[in-house]
Write a protein that binds this ligand. Structure first.
Ligand code: UDP
Length: 196
């Protein structure tokens, strides 16, 4: 079996290369998918929060983002091959798509306006084949319909949401069906990291 259940959260026992492969495959077939990178904090929160647990179980791919999860899986005799973080997964997808001469539209949602600008400039320079667009993560609720429209018209292949867990997963879960098919991934503080 390719999953391991850690306190109710079902982790996929994939390497980062395999995760990238699945995601690029989903993009190529234009399917609508949700990916979660979950560490021990996610597991502990999901244990207390049925909504989060339900979302994690509806995800198409859940990677082990933390040594605690890697350790727990190994203890259960069902090891995950490696830790797969959002920061690394995002960059690996950009790089592998470039290697395949596949141009991606990437929509980034999250972080402060300054951090998002810095991140987009860095990514655009490093991955010139891809198109990056985004919105910062400090908007008012009333602005959300407009942001959703913007994402919709951009038609991203990849929708990266960095609002922190579990908010980013809940937002993806609620909105993914209203967008053109894309692969959505919660990335936590990656926008700050990629820009810095
Ligand atoms: N953030 C945001 N809007 C908010 C609160 C947080 O965009 O209202 C961003 C914050 O700027 C940071 C990210 O969400 O870039 C959260 O990063 P963190 O590392 O705390 O998330 P985790 O990886 O722990 O889920």
């Amino acid at each position: 079996e390719h999953v391991v259940d850690v306190l109710g959260v079902r982790f996929h026992r994939v390497t980062s290369n395999e995760a990238v492969e699945s995601i690029l495959h989903w993009i190529s077939e234009k399917s609508r998918r949700m990916v979660i990178t979950a560490g021990p904090e996610f597991v502990m929160q999901a244990k207390e929060n049925p909504e989060m647990m339900r979302i994690s179980r509806s995800a198409d791919l859940v990677t082990a983002d933390g040594v605690g999860v890697v350790w727990a899986a190994a203890r259960m005799g069902r090891p995950v091959p490696e830790r797969v973080t959002g920061v690394d997964l995002g960059l690996d997808i950009f790089a592998e798509a470039m290697r395949r001469h596949t141009s991606l539209r990437v929509y980034l949602l999250g972080a402060s306006p300054e951090s998002l600008q810095a991140c987009m400039a860095t990514l655009q320079q490093r991955f010139p084949l891809h198109q990056f667009q985004g919105h910062h993560g400090y908007y008012q609720n009333q602005d959300w319909p407009q942001i959703l429209k913007e994402i919709e018209s951009f038609q991203p292949h990849l929708w990266l949401v960095g609002l922190g867990q579990p908010r980013q997963e809940m937002l993806i879960y609620k909105n993914l069906a209203h967008l053109p098919p894309c692969v959505a991934l919660g990335i936590g503080g990656s926008i700050d990291v990629w820009g810095g």
